[in-house]
Design a protein around this ligand. Structure first.
Ligand code: SAM
Ligand code: DTB
Ligand code: SF4
Length: 337
């Protein structure tokens, strides 16, 4: 197979075979795929904000925001637009190119949509790309968000179809796939990935990547989260995934979806600089940047800047408003600036 070839006919067996490669061979393949589509020293920076926190009716076993688990989290109602825009301004000043708003909902209510649209258009006017994650969407809601200027919708498949029921019982894999279809049909870009370290097997990780790899087109953005173990959630206390298996998961994601941004997502706070470096070498080219994820901690900006400096990495230019290969609309910003 030619390095970086885009395919949507992946089989789970082929993906398991990639996982089983000797580590150096896997990393070489991943680097080759990465370099066929990207500058290998550029990393896209997304900043998260929880715009509605806690009290979610879903039972996702990993999530501190589920109402079913006592995680001590304080619930917060949907934020005011101006407060969201202040956070977005700060993210932009820090060098982020995308602003991702997360709401702890099973799905939005139709009455919430106008406020979400106001947040989206306000963030866009600041020259940031916009991303929202707010649970399952109807076709009508997806269209309304797209019309409001939403660039990306995040909706993760999280794990393999077989393991999904061990993690979440309040919605199905097909529910997730239906929302992804609504997002695509409405013309938005898809941000879709998963979580590792929840007690799944390697074959489950291969199953997740096989599901993502046959989406046509591939999700433009693929977050790979390493479980943040939050006391009170049912998965707290599980042994962490072998760090090199995590790197393998990133590398396989890069090979399967060579032209997508693969995001080294939750879990960086507990990772050494050296482990993150291996993830970048395996083809990760996006991170969540900013001192908080949604409700848990992320590395301090200064730590990320220092790591970028040591590795000669720079932040991707902001492409907000860019169409059909047009170049960036805002000046080049580097994480080290
Ligand atoms: N409620 C919406 C949904 O489920 O799509 C949006 C918010 S939800 C917090 C977004 C994603 O965050 C989840 O799909 C999951 O992949 C990730 N996530 C949540 N808790 C996590 C944790 N403790 N560790 C790692 N990733 C987590
Ligand atoms: C994604 O894949 N990871 C982000 C974002 N999309 C919304 C969320 C990570 C959440 C980690 C736990 C928390 O901070 O609540
Ligand atoms: Fe709710 Fe999303 Fe957390 Fe699941 S992951 S409990 S849907 S906020």
């Amino acid at each position: 197979m030619q390095a970086g070839q885009i395919r949507t006919d992946w089989t789970r067996q082929e993906i398991n075979d990639l996982f089983a490669l000797p580590f150096n061979d896997l990393l070489f393949m991943a680097q080759s795929a990465h370099r066929a589509h990207f500058d290998a020293n550029t990393v896209q920076l997304s900043t998260l904000l929880s715009i509605k926190t806690g009290a979610c009716p879903e039972d996702c076993k990993y999530c501190p925001q589920s109402i079913r688990y006592d995680t001590g989290l304080e619930r917060e109602a949907l934020m005011e637009v101006e407060d969201v825009l202040s956070a977005a301004r700060a993210a932009k000043a820090d060098g982020a190119s995308r602003f991702c708003m997360g709401a702890a909902w099973r799905s939005p209510k139709d009455r919430d949509i106008p406020k979400l649209q106001a947040m989206i258009s306000g963030v866009r006017e600041l020259g940031l790309e916009t991303c929202l994650t707010a649970g399952m969407l109807t076709d009508k809601q997806a269209t309304a968000l797209a019309e409001g200027g939403l660039d990306y919708y995040n909706h993760n498949l999280d794990t393999s179809p077989e393991y999904y029921g061990e993690v979440i019982t309040t919605r199905t894999y097909d529910d997730r796939l239906r929302t992804l279809e609504a997002v695509r049909d409405a013309g938005m870009k898809v941000c879709c990935g998963g979580i590792v370290g929840m007690g799944e097997t390697r074959d489950d990780r291969a199953g997740l990547l096989a599901q993502l790899g046959v989406l046509d087109p591939h999700p433009e953005s693929v977050p790979i989260n390493n479980l943040v173990r939050v006391p009170g959630t049912p998965v707290d206390g599980l042994p962490p995934i072998d760090p090199l298996e995590f790197v393998r998961t990133i590398a396989v994601a890069r090979i399967v979806m060579p032209a997508s941004h693969v995001r080294l997502s939750a879990g960086r706070e507990e990772m050494s600089d050296e482990l993150q470096t291996l993830c970048f070498a395996a083809g990760a080219n996006s991170i969540f940047y900013g001192e908080r994820l949604l409700t848990t901690e992320n590395p301090q900006n200064a730590r990320d800047r220092a790591l970028f400096e040591r590795l000669g990495l720079h932040a991707e230019e902001c492409r907000a408003g860019a169409v059909h290969g047009e170049t960036a609309t805002t000046p080049r910003q580097t994480a080290t600036a």
